[in-house]
Design a protein around this ligand. Structure first.
Ligand SMILES: Nc1ncnc2c1ncn2[C@@H]1O[C@H](COP(=O)(O)OP(=O)(O)OP(=O)(O)O)[C@@H](O)[C@H]1O
Ligand SMILES: [Mg+2]
Length: 253
């Protein structure tokens, strides 16, 4: 049976001098959206990267486990096939000298998919993220696409191996509001259509209000609040969560 939940248990990260993330536990459930919010530098990105053992040099996991349905797993083995990753500022995630199509073919080859079936799958993925002429997009190079288009391509690439879970770190931050809204619609549809479990990292509470079922608030390397999105807005408990909600209300009042 395919796993229903991806958990991070008691994660501690250290840079040799300081603790960067302390005792962080999270569970991402299939078909649900877990929002991760908090102050800049709070540890959201490192926590996300730790799930796939993609930490930057100098940052060490000193404790913590990743588990599928409570069974501990080796994080690196989850990459791509079980867990997809979408990061911010997509231009840096592409090789500028390689066409969009080649990016897909290389990823699909990981599962032994080549030739016509690979082309077919790529076209389906590009169509799924809203491109009307997938073959045209495949022939272009990253520099020939806008930031919003690249963010959608990155999402399609993250879906290429049919992951059960998706980690999206600030996937809409660099985009204008219209493109942002479109990408959020797309993520919501993917959670519903594919039953993906989504971890959505954002500093934008309106994104949380729109998509998240449950929200974790991170501050200085710890999770200081974990509750339903509805309750976070109605009754934030921790001062950091209260401050975030107040700032959000001040912006949208
Ligand atoms: N490669 C690194 N080496 C050492 N410390 C790092 C490294 N990357 C991040 N940090 C530190 O770890 C802490 C958490 O960083 P992280 O990037 O996870 O925060 P974040 O919550 O994602 O912030 P933001 O909202 O700005 O993206 C910060 O204090 C940061 O300075
Ligand atoms: Mg970050």
């Amino acid at each position: 049976m395919s796993p229903r939940a991806l958990s991070l248990l008691a994660l501690h990260l250290h840079d040799g001098e300081h603790a960067l993330v302390r005792d962080v536990s999270l569970t991402i459930r299939r078909g649900k959206v877990l929002g991760l919010v908090g102050t800049s530098g709070g540890g959201k990105s490192l926590t996300t990267l730790a799930i796939l053992d993609l930490l930057p040099p100098g940052v060490k996991r000193v404790a913590g486990l990743v588990a599928l349905d409570s069974q501990p797993v080796e994080p690196a083995t989850l990459r791509g096939r079980i867990v997809g990753l979408v990061q911010q500022a997509p231009r840096g995630g592409f090789n500028p000298l390689v066409s969009i199509g080649r990016h897909f073919l290389e990823t699909l080859a990981c599962d032994g998919l080549r030739g016509a079936p690979a082309w077919e799958k790529m076209q389906g993925l590009l169509a799924e993220v809203g491109f009307e002429r997938p073959a045209e997009i495949a022939s272009l190079y990253p520099s020939q696409l806008s930031g919003g288009m690249l963010q959608r391509v990155m999402l399609a690439l993250a879906l290429a191996r049919d992951p059960l879970f998706l980690l999206a770190d600030e996937p809409t931050t660099d985009l204008d509001l219209v493109v942002q809204a479109r990408l959020l619609d797309l993520l919501e549809a993917l959670v519903q259509r594919r039953g993906i479990g989504l971890l959505l990292v954002t500093h934008d509470l309106s994104v949380i209000a729109r998509l998240a079922d449950t929200v974790a608030v991170m501050d200085q390397g710890r999770i200081v609040e974990l509750q339903s999105a509805h309750n976070l807005f109605e009754d934030p408990a921790h001062p950091r969560a209260q401050a975030l909600v107040a700032a959000h209300r001040a912006l949208y009042a």
